[in-house]
Every structure is written in structure tokens, then in C-alpha cells.
Design a protein around this ligand. Structure first.
Ligand SMILES: [Zn+2]
Length: 341
């Protein structure tokens, strides 16, 4: 059973905390839930109120927390609210739009248990003419159904979680409790914020912008790489590069009488720019040729280069070899230009 820490003073009708109450029957208090007379029991681990001549009721502790939290907010007319942002994803791109930073908000007015549309929130606070619904959660939290209604009504709502005080079996001070209600943000959660939907749309637009920007940059990078490769390849052709065929790499070998030739070439990039002339840029080309009409060939290219992308290399070589094959025949071109070791 949870500990009852606040009673209602019989004369003043105000909540009295166990911290401030006089001992025993002198506390002059009744239970906030059932109205029975209470006695204040000051124990070393947890001071608490006990029902005097009735059994402990089940809802006293929770009711007391609810009443005290509402009283604190109503009298202080302020609350520290947690930060809120809207986020949106588009493919792998994520964007945020800040709705508000965590900060203290002052209220012009606070109403208790007043109907707002289809619901009755614990409190309705007014800030610059706008409503903020405040729900105190002790054992019952806002469920999906209520959340849906709140969102449909379009009024901002915050939930304050005070469950730990209900579960606590040790003493805590009035100040600890007030801090949790007013200033702590870790126990507060936005159920809905009136600015959220607009921010969500903006976040989606931002994600779309970021995605398009990155795609554009990637395309431009490919174009730059392609230009760099074409320049290198053109330099290589101009400089009269040397191709070495490694016989161990010949797949089917030359088969006399056959109209099918298949071999692989280790292409060393002689005579090209220094920055691409290294072992890292060794290119391996596998070519299959149909000897009769020289119009058909297959290419497979491997490169260890990190700066030259494989599909670009392949498409460029393919394009150039096709041009050569249609003019003078790829097979003859290879024979004339290749050192057979
Ligand atoms: Zn009671």
C-alpha cells in the first residue's frame, strides 16, 4: 500500500504535508479520499498519515499526490516544459525542426478540472491566450484513445509523471515534490503540441531538400570522376600505352580454327598522369571476342583504384573498344597493339 503523505486540515480545508503536520491526532487532518480522521505517524524511514479508527482506504495516497500537484501549479502559475522537436525521414535522410527549447512558462490563469471538448484534464493553464492541458499521472497514464482525442482537439497537452512519489517508501521533502512538479523536465512528456503538425511538414520538406542536395552532389561527383577518368584515359591513348598479356590469365587461350577468343589482360597504365600511375591503379580487363564479325565482345573490368569507379571504367572502355572494333576489327586491333609474351 502506498504511503499517505498529505491530509486535509479540518478547519482550514488546506492540504498539510506529513513533513509539517503535528504528531498523532494533533495533525487535525482527514483523508483526502475517504474523509476519515487521520493520525500523523513520524517514522524514521517514511513519515506518513494513518487512518485513525478505520481501515486504510485504497485511493488516499494517489488522491493526495493529485491534489497537491494541482495546488502547486495553481499557486505558482508556472511550469518548466521540456524541449520539443519534429522529425521526418525520407529514404535514409532525417531532418529536425525545433518547436521549442526547454524553458519556464508563466501562466495568466489556471483552471482545475474544467471540461475541454470531450475530456476533463486535471488542469487547463492559459499562456498568452493559448491553452495548455496538464495531466498529472500517478497510476493512470494517458492512453492511446485519450491521446487521439487530444490530438484531434488540437490543444497542447503535457503529462507530468509523479509515479515515483507514489511508489516511494522513504521520506521526501515538500521541496523535492515541488521541484518534480514545477522544475523537473525528465518526468514531463508532450502528448500534443499545437505547433507540431506544421513543424512536421517543415521537417519533411527539409528532409526532401537534404536528400535532393546530397543526390545532386553525388551526381556531380560522378561527373567529376568521369571527367577525370576520361582525361586520364585520353592521356594514356595519346602516350601510346603498353598492354601486357599475362599468359596465365588467359582463360580459354587462342584456339586456332575457333572463332572464339577469350583472354585477360593486365593493363599497366604507362604514360599517364603520375597520380594514377601506381600499382593501386592496375586495371584488369577480361575480353571475349567473336572473331568472325568482330562485332561482339564481352568486357569485365576490375580496378583496384579507389578514385576510378568501376562502372565508369567499364562503360568508357566498352565504348572505346566498340568504336575500334567497328572500324578495323577488335581482334586485329588487339594483335597490333598487344605485346604477346
Ligand atoms: Zn482514506
Amino acid at each position: 500500500m502506498s504511503i499517505l503523505r498529505w491530509g486535509i486540515d479540518i478547519d482550514s480545508n488546506e492540504l498539510v504535508s506529513i513533513e509539517k503536520a503535528l504528531r498523532g491526532k494533533d495533525c487535525n487532518c482527514i483523508c483526502p479520499a475517504c474523509g476519515s480522521q487521520l493520525i500523523a505517524h513520524k517514522a524514521s524511514i517514511a513519515h506518513h498519515f494513518k487512518h485513525f479508527n478505520t481501515t486504510e482506504c485504497s485511493g488516499g495516497a494517489e488522491t493526495a499526490i493529485h491534489l497537491k500537484a494541482k495546488e502547486i501549479i495553481s499557486s505558482s502559475l508556472k511550469l518548466k516544459l521540456p524541449a520539443l522537436k519534429a522529425s521526418a525521414y525520407l529514404d535514409d535522410y532525417k531532418a529536425f525542426i525545433k518547436i521549442l527549447d526547454s524553458k519556464f512558462i508563466s501562466f495568466d490563469d489556471v483552471c482545475l478540472e474544467k471540461k475541454e471538448g470531450k475530456i476533463i484534464p486535471d488542469l487547463i493553464a492559459i499562456h498568452k491566450g493559448k491553452k495548455l492541458l496538464i495531466e498529472i499521472a500517478v497510476t493512470h497514464f494517458i492512453d492511446g484513445k485519450k491521446k487521439k482525442i487530444i490530438r484531434e482537439q488540437g490543444v497542447s497537452c503535457i503529462e507530468i509523471n509523479l509515479e515515483n512519489f507514489h511508489k516511494s517508501e522513504i521520506n521526501f521533502t515538500d521541496d523535492d515534490f515541488e521541484y518534480a512538479v514545477i522544475s523537473c523536465i525528465e518526468n514531463k512528456k508532450w502528448i500534443y503540441n499545437a505547433k507540431y503538425n506544421k513543424a512536421k511538414i517543415k521537417a519533411a520538406e527539409k528532409a526532401s531538400y537534404l536528400r535532393n542536395k546530397i543526390i545532386k552532389e553525388e551526381k556531380e561527383k560522378i561527373i567529376r570522376e568521369k571527367r577525370l577518368f576520361i582525361e586520364s584515359f585520353e592521356d594514356m591513348l595519346k602516350a601510346g600505352f603498353k598492354i601486357k598479356i599475362n599468359p596465365h590469365n588467359i582463360c580459354s587461350g587462342f584456339e586456332k580454327g575457333s572463332n572464339y577468343v577469350e583472354f585477360s589482360i593486365n593493363l599497366d597504365l604507362y604514360g599517364i598522369k603520375d597520380e594514377v600511375k601506381s600499382q593501386d591503379h592496375l586495371i584488369l580487363i577480361y575480353i571475349s571476342v567473336c572473331r568472325d564479325d568482330n562485332s561482339m565482345f564481352f568486357l569485365d573490368v576490375e580496378t583496384k583504384s579507389s578514385s576510378i569507379s568501376y562502372p565508369l571504367l567499364e562503360s568508357y572502355i566498352e565504348k572505346n573498344l566498340y568504336m575500334l572494333s567497328s572500324e578495323e576489327g577488335l581482334y586485329r586491333w588487339l594483335c597490333h597493339n598487344v605485346d604477346l609474351e
